[in-house]
Design a protein around this ligand. Structure first.
Ligand SMILES: Nc1ncnc2c1ncn2[C@@H]1O[C@H](COP(=O)(O)OP(=O)(O)O)[C@@H](O)[C@H]1O
Ligand SMILES: [Mg+2]
Length: 1080
């Protein structure tokens, strides 16, 4: 089986793993680094250690695709990359449950911080996903910009140099999902707050705040944008190429928000930052006192005032704290004045403390946010990014501390990789030639030894009563450490350095593992003491500002503590000790950063510089040990447990000692003997490739095993399913059969009933038929018997009857009936009135014709009788009535009412009434009709009463009162009479044109006896000698000649206006309208 190591070995520039370097020498080592660096290969391995060269340019090797490429791949499978190390660490954390730490070492500017960020971003990219997890990741990642803003600064070596040590534990759950983290910070370089070396800057946040904050915010913080206004900001390199402070400020604000800072917390933090700037601007002037000493006074109180306003401090309290100092002895309090220098010292101490405490608070606050919520057991991955080894021209207490820390890290590296490894070989009884390496434990001892270490000496000096200065401290060192191989000082008793002019008197030199460093003792005591006058901390505690108060708990007067606080050196030593112990419990992964040049420039490879780093990092020794030793070791039990599936004999259980099992396994797999050795408790595998081979086989085997498990599980599942189905099927079948049988039974039952009923029916019908037959037979017999008897009887009685008696009886009967009919008719005859409609009912149908004929005859007879009773006059009257009927029946609505009225003719009794004697005498003829009429006025339609007389020859109109004749018209002059169809009494007498009477025009009259009058007129007219008929026109519209005009008389049915009468109105000269009330 060939292991996939193609990428590491193929197309390789130089060698990717120094272990493979041939021949191995320092030159070839450096050459290999250079070659790879020139080809942009910044990572190289020494076994599992990653060497990282700072490229000083952005590389395209951190894309998400790269992350995917390195994800879940073996360490040596692909070309060297920091991701491979991160992946390895993450996977062994997740899969093997081993806590990890990633130790990143190197000089300042070598790329440690960048490396730590790359590791974190890789882990964030490959670990679990989900809303909660992503929030945790985001918070962990966003803690970086916040810490960098407050803890990083531009130095000559690095534009973004971390001025504090940082160790971050990322906590994961059993699945490998991040739960949270804990950040520890180590010794912030706080002296930078008040003073920065040439070419360097203060912490980024100051510049970011001034450039990036809005005008409004600055106003609130009482700040101005101009850097030059602030004493604490060095102007040398206020603006750094490639750093955009304003944008960074927004990034930081955003990051703070993501991490979980509340808005008011951010505000408080910014207020403190502003206060530090203000503090720097406070200046002092001497004021002579009577006893001849100078006392300091604040020069311009404006900044002091503004600062006090920002922090809510009472100005006078702070002002006093800058002028006086209260020293508390056991029983008494002594107040001494401060001179100007002391005041400045106090001011700077306050600024430094304020800032460093703020920084620590921020770290605590971040920890609060990112702390893991769940209380389950965590797996931990620690990432250590601590300040690198520093050698300046002028090194002080800070460098001493930093370099001490680096010594300790080197120590742990040596412990874990070199010494531990060699000791293990010996312990395990593996054949081994010892490799020489420099163990820096001795240097660590020089610094940290409890009794005579440099830090112990310093503490001792600081705590000692009497005058203590940096010089007395150096003297002490000179006596105590003179003999130490790594300690050099001009005045030590070691005569070697008496003439060494490179070693000034006020300095001492330590031969660190990474080189000699000259420390100037000036400031050591002060910085170690880290003294803040109690008056100042008390002033701070009194502040009306929650954060400030919180930062200076020792200022609480209730908790006055006369004991001195632990010194800076002591604190640092303690925290480094804790860190080391912590690291030792974890599986280390090393990233060793190398700086290719001093110019922060890409493509430049300064050989001497790299060589120096390679040497002090002990990389050569590292390679040698690696080459001589074994790449991998594992105790027999876990090894057997892990690989036992690769051999039939050991799978699934090996009964016997684990070592024999492993031997069996190796023999079975035919691993060449030189590839591994058996130690006492562990197997040592020389080459990673062998391990990959094992891992690959295991992976395949696991796949097969998984398939097997899957197969069995699937089989089991299918079988269970099948059995369930079968059981269900039986139940279903049973139910179905029952149902089918029931159905079949019911069907048969139904059929049986039908058959049965048919049979019964058939039997019943048969019986019925028989019974009926019997009954008919019986009846027939009876009938036959009856007829027979009848015949018998008739035959017997025939001789007693005569042959034609029947006809006689018939005729007799008819006679009787007719007699009875006529007699009955006589008694029931109706009355003699011709209009009586009654007639008796017919008694027999056969009399129908006779009965009708009798009725006709009787009617004719009684009519004749009736007529024979009439006189001549009465006859004339009836003739007249008949004529009226012919003229008007069904033509004029007035007619029916006239039928019952007798035609009297002379209504005025003209011959008898003396009033009309004269009139009567003026008419020669016999008056046929005399009546009062209304003559309609032709002009207005109003009526005037006149007497109308009708004789055989004339129609006469006379005045009613006087009886004087008004008009007399000879009947031949009348052409026609016009009446309406309606219920009115109007009539128009139309005169022949050209006749004598026609001069005045036609007459329009109205009479109460219209029907009689017209009938009489018509009768006389038709009986006239010339035989000309008098026409009677019946129409609702006719023309009347009035003098010259023809006027149309129109009858309308109108609603009566005044009573029931007929009204007549002349509408215009052509129309006369007569409205007649509608007949009821
Ligand atoms: N992998 C890298 N790719 C690109 N630039 C890098 C890389 N590592 C470091 N640098 C550059 O080097 C500078 C210093 O790196 P940094 O990690 O801050 O150093 P250290 O923390 O070791 O002092 C960074 O600001 C960056 O410009
Ligand atoms: Mg850094």
């Amino acid at each position: 089986m060939e292991v996939k190591t193609k990428s590491l070995l193929d197309n390789m520039i130089g060698v990717g793993d120094m272990v493979l370097l041939e021949p191995l020498s320092e030159d070839s080592f450096i050459e290999n680094l250079r070659k790879r660096f020139d080809h942009n290969e910044i990572y190289t391995y020494i076994g599992s250690v990653v060497i990282s060269m700072n490229p000083y340019k952005s590389m395209l090797i951190y894309s998400p695709e790269k992350v995917e490429e390195y994800r879940n791949r073996n360490f040596y499978e692909l070309s060297p990359h920091i991701y491979a190390l991160a992946d390895e660490a993450y996977r062994s954390l997740r899969d093997q449950d081993k806590d990890q730490c990633i130790l990143i070492t190197g000089e300042s500017g070598a790329g440690k911080t960048e490396a730590s960020k790359l590791v974190m971003s890789y882990v964030a990219a490959v670990c679990g996903k989900g809303q909660e997890v992503n929030k945790v990741k985001e918070q962990l990642l966003q803690s970086n910009p916040v810490l960098e803003a407050f803890g990083n600064a531009k130095t000559v070596r690095n534009d973004n140099s971390s001025r504090f040590g940082k160790y971050m534990d990322i906590e994961f759950d059993f699945k490998g999902d991040p739960l949270g983290g804990v950040i520890s910070n180590y010794l912030l370089e706080k002296s930078r707050v008040v003073k920065q070396p040439r070419g360097e800057r203060n912490f980024h946040i100051f510049y970011q705040l001034l450039s990036g904050a809005s005008d409004d915010t600055l106003k609130k913080l009482k700040l101005e944008r101009d850097f030059s206004k602030y004493n604490y900001l060095s102007l040398d390199s206020a603006v750094v190429n490639g750093l955009d402070d304003a944008t960074s400020f927004r990034t930081v604000r955003n990051a703070m928000q993501i991490v979980g800072f509340m808005e008011d917390e951010v505000q408080s933090v910014l207020e403190l930052v502003a206060a530090v700037l203000k503090l720097g601007n406070i200046e002092f002037k001497p004021e002579s006192r009577c006893n001849g000493t100078d006392e300091s006074r604040v020069k311009d109180k404006n900044d002091l005032k503004e600062m006090c306003e920002l922090l809510g401090i009472e100005q006078s309290v702070l002002e006093r704290a800058f002028s006086y100092r209260t020293v508390e002895a056991k029983l008494e309090k002594v107040s001494t004045t401060l001179n100007v220098a002391q005041a400045y010292y106090a001011r700077d101490a306050l600024a430094k403390n304020l800032y460093s405490r703020l920084f620590s608070w921020i770290v605590t606050r971040i920890n609060e946010s990112i702390k893991a919520q769940a209380k389950t057991r965590h797996k931990v991955m620690g990432v250590l990014d601590i300040y690198g080894f520093e050698i300046f021209d002028d090194n002080s207490f800070e460098q001493f501390i930093i370099n001490y820390c680096n010594e300790k890290l080197q120590q742990i590296f040596i412990e874990l990789t070199l010494r531990e490894e060699q000791e293990e070989y010996i312990r395990e009884g593996i054949e081994w030639t010892n490799i020489e390496y420099f163990n820096n434990a001795i240097i660590c001892d020089l610094i940290e030894n409890h009794q005579n270490g440099i830090l112990a000496m310093l503490d001792e000096e600081c705590l000692r009563p009497g005058t203590v200065t940096d010089e007395t401290f150096l003297d002490k060192l000179n006596t105590v450490c003179a003999e130490h191989q790594h300690f050099e000082s001009r005045s030590s008793k070691n005569s070697k350095f008496l003439t060494d002019h490179s070693l000034p008197h006020s300095c001492f030199r330590i031969q660190h593992y990474a080189g000699k460093v000259l420390y100037r003792v000036e400031g050591f005591v002060d910085k170690n003491n880290d003294l803040l006058y109690r008056d100042l901390s008390q002033a701070m505690y009194k502040a009306n500002h929650s954060l400030i108060k919180h930062l200076f708990p020792e200022g609480n007067p209730a908790k006055v503590n006369l004991k001195r606080p632990p010194t800076a050196g002591f604190q640092f030593k303690a925290s480094v000790g804790t860190l080391m112990r912590n690291l030792q419990t974890k599986n280390p992964n090393y990233i060793r950063c190398i700086k290719p040049n001093d110019k922060k420039a890409p493509h430049i490879f300064t050989e001497s510089l790299v060589c120096h780093q390679v040497r002090y990092l002990g990389l050569m020794e590292n390679v040698r040990v690696r080459r001589a030793g074994y790449a991998f070791r594992q105790a027999y039990e876990p090894c057997l447990e892990r690989y036992k599936m690769l051999c039939k004999r050991t799978w699934p259980h090996w009964r016997g000692p684990a070592r024999e099992g492993v031997e069996m396994l190796m023999a079975d797999l035919q691993v060449p003997a030189e590839e591994f050795s058996y130690g006492r408790s562990k197997i040592f595998i020389r080459n990673p490739r062998t391990l990959f081979f094992l891992e690959e086989r295991r992976r395949q085997c696991l796949q097969d095993l998984a398939t097997l498990i899957q197969k069995i599980y699937r089989g089991w599942k299918c079988r269970t399913h099948f059995l369930l189905l079968k059981k269900s099927q039986i139940v279903v079948a049973a139910w179905y059969r029952r149902y089918a049988q029931e159905k079949k039974y019911l069907k048969i039952k139904r059929a049986t009933t039908v058959v049965q009923s048919y049979t019964r029916g058939w039997q019943a019908r048969k019986l019925l038929r028989e019974l009926k037959h019997q009954k008919r037979c019986k009846e027939a017999v009876t009938t036959i018997a009856a007829y027979w008897h009848g015949t018998q009887v008739r035959r017997e009685y025939r001789k007693f009857f005569r042959a034609n008696a029947g006809k006689k009886i018939y005729n007799f009967t008819i006679q009787r009936i007719m007699q009875k009919y006529f007699l009955g008719l006589k008694s029931t005859l109706p009355s003699m009135s011709p209009i009586d409609k009654n007639w008796p009912v017919r008694p027999y149908i056969f009399l129908d014709g006779v009965h009708t004929e009798l009725r006709r005859i009787f009617h004719l007879w009684r009519c004749k009788k009736y007529r024979s009773r009439f006189t001549e006059e009465k006859k004339a009257v009836y003739e007249e009535k008949l004529e009226a009927s012919e003229l008007f029946k069904d033509k004029k609505a007035l007619y029916p009412s006239s039928v019952s009225q007798p035609f009297k003719g002379d209504y005025l009794e003209i011959s008898k009434n003396p009033k009309y004697q004269k009139l009567n005498s003026s008419v020669d003829e016999k008056v046929l009709l005399a009546d009062v009429v209304n003559k309609i006025n032709r002009a207005n339609g109003k009526g005037a009463t006149r007497i109308l007389l009708l004789t055989k020859k004339n129609v006469v109109l006379a005045d009613q009162k006087t009886g004087q004749v008004k008009a007399s018209v000879a009947l031949p002059d009348l052409t026609s009479v016009s009446v309406s169809t309606q219920n009115d009494g109007f009539f128009a007498l139309r005169l022949k044109e050209g006749s004598a009477s026609a001069v005045k025009g036609d007459f329009l009259l109205s009479s109460e006896h219209l029907i009689e009058t017209i009938t009489k007129l018509h009768h006389i007219g038709s009986a006239g000698s010339d035989g000309e008929q008098l026409n009677v026109d019946i129409a609702d519209e006719f023309l009347v000649q009035f003098k010259q005009d023809k006027v149309c008389v129109k009858f309308i049915q109108g609603a009566p206006k005044n009573g029931n009468g007929v009204s007549c109105k002349r509408k215009n000269n052509r129309l006369l309208e007569v409205s007649v009330p509608a007949s009821a």
